[in-house]
Ligand binder design. Sequence first.
Ligand code: FES
Length: 108
Amino acid sequence: MAFVRVARGDDIPAGRGRLVEAGAHTLAVFNGGDGRFYAVSALCPHEDGPLADGWIEGDAVVCPWHGFDFDLATGQCRVADELSIGVFPTRVVNGIVEVDVSDQPQRC
Ligand code: FES
């Protein structure tokens, strides 16, 4: 694993996301609240909507363009079975969100 620092945790409001660079990847990082953070692909696979501008609803991220939602554990779209996003491991160290981009995104 190779975790990369991407953002201060308190810079991302609970339930919201931020576009970040992590190594060669551009990702959307979300604050799920209660110390939970998630990192996913930056672009929605439906029509390339900006997922970082979306929001968290329960255990899914919602795309701001057409409302498709994606499971934060698996990346699977709950609206269209053929769509999924990459999900990357995250951790928080001393208030800094770190993302592991050493492997391929975790997918269902
Ligand atoms: S571009 Fe994301 S739901 Fe359409």
